[in-house]
Ligand binder design. Structure first.
Ligand SMILES: *[C@@H]1O[C@H](CO)[C@@H](O)[C@H](O)[C@H]1NC(C)=O
Ligand SMILES: *[C@@H]1O[C@H](CO)[C@@H](O)[C@H](O)[C@H]1NC(C)=O
Ligand SMILES: *[C@@H]1O[C@H](CO)[C@@H](O)[C@H](O)[C@H]1NC(C)=O
Length: 340
């Protein structure tokens, strides 16, 4: 303004009005220009905003790269395996102790945290009145399976009532019920009184049905007999389905495992076993339970397997589920499987 006034003084008063107008328009132009400057500042600010955003994105990506959303597959041989371990059967052991030792297990299920397991495996344990044996088995099996880096779930199938025990039918029920929870690809059919001694005896399935109990301490670690297929057996969902599971007709002790072997052989599958120095078990001592007396009809039944396997098995397994309890270390499926 001072500029305009002094120019006005120099020029005559009349022309000053025009000059003032000129000055005002100059000022208006400056104001407009400063608006442009402000705008361009904002542009450059916006421009700097973009690299900042890119930085945070990069930060985000690097953060997630250190905990990758896509885990690597677990190695073929777990680095956590210990080989033969000394088993303990402490009379004072409680379920609470075993729960405290296995905090990573929920509802009987576990998956390795730093790699993706090679197989998802359901362990099926038929049960009645063997709480102490079950406790010892859970105590050893959970850490054993975790060292093998397996994604697994443990199902205890509890026969309700006190009619004769039917191991095979309970395993059929376990298979059907476990598949309702998750599409397990491999099943371990597991007696409650057998504890594995060596964690190189892998609880995963093979291209052929696998029998895991080559030796037990009670029989000098010798195979019970050629063709023995009982105790602990691993079959894929496909393999078990192909043989229509177990027969439901074996009430009482014995025969059902031989029947399963015949079914496997009828399907032209072969039985594989791990090396004898690895496939070793300790059998927890017990007397034959009442309600599980030797099945006198088993020889007769075994002669019929070839004729009846198609209609006696998974496809004819009728039962009533009484309860499903999801406990910390196992799922307890209690069933009424009827009577002989
Ligand atoms: C700068 O960013 C602001 C807020 O996102 C937006 O309102 C403005 O229009 C942008 N300016 C330019 C020049 O892009
Ligand atoms: C097998 O091991 C169990 C548990 O240690 C023991 O009770 C049993 O007596 C052993 N049997 C033989 C024959 O060694
Ligand atoms: C399973 O549940 C039934 C019914 O509640 C119960 O009687 C049985 O003791 C349970 N078994 C185990 C092993 O938890």
């Amino acid at each position: 303004m001072g500029f305009c006034v002094s120019v006005g003084r120099i020029l005559r008063k009349g022309k000053c009005f025009v000059l003032v107008l000129l000055c005002l328009s100059v000022l208006a132009w400056i104001a407009n220009f400063s608006g442009e400057i402000a705008k361009s500042i904002q542009v450059s600010f916006n421009m700097t905003q973009i690299p900042v955003k890119a930085d945070t994105l990069r930060d985000h990506l690097t953060k997630h790269a250190s905990t990758p959303p896509l885990k690597v597959k677990c190695p073929q041989t777990s680095p956590l395996l210990k080989g033969a371990v000394k088993l303990s059967f402490e009379p004072s052991l409680t379920l609470k102790d075993v729960e405290n030792d296995n905090k990573g297990v929920t509802e009987g299920k576990y998956a390795p945290t730093d790699c993706t397991a090679r197989q998802s495996v359901a362990i099926l344990i038929p049960h009645r009145n063997r709480e102490k044996h079950l406790l010892y088995l859970l105590h050893h099996l959970h850490p054993f399976l975790q060292r093998q880096q397996i994604h697994y779930g443990i199902y205890v199938i509890q026969q309700a009532g006190d009619t004769t025990f039917n191991r095979a039918k309970l395993l059929n029920v376990g298979y059907l019920e476990a598949l309702k929870e998750y599409s397990w690809e491999c099943f371990i059919l597991h007696d409650v009184d057998l504890v594995p001694e060596n964690d190189h005896n892998l609880y995963v399935c093979d291209k052929q049905p696998k029998h895991l109990v080559v030796g037990r301490n009670v029989t000098g670690y010798k195979l019970r007999y050629k063709g023995y297929f009982g105790g602990v057996t691993a079959m894929t969902q496909k393999q078990f389905d192909k043989v229509n599971g177990f027969s439901n007709s074996y009430w009482g002790w014995g025969g059902e495992d031989d029947d399963l072997r015949i079914r496997v052989q009828l399907q032209k599958m072969t039985i594989v076993r791990p090396p004898a120095d690895i496939a070793r078990y300790t059998m927890v001592f017990h007397k034959r339970d009442s309600g599980n007396e030797a099945n006198k009809d088993r020889m007769q039944l075994l002669r019929q397997t070839q004729q009846v396997w198609r209609k006696d098995g998974l496809n004819s397994c009728s039962y009533k589920t009484l309860s499903i309890e999801r406990l910390p270390l196992y799922v307890n499926v209690t069933v009424d499987i009827g009577k002989p």
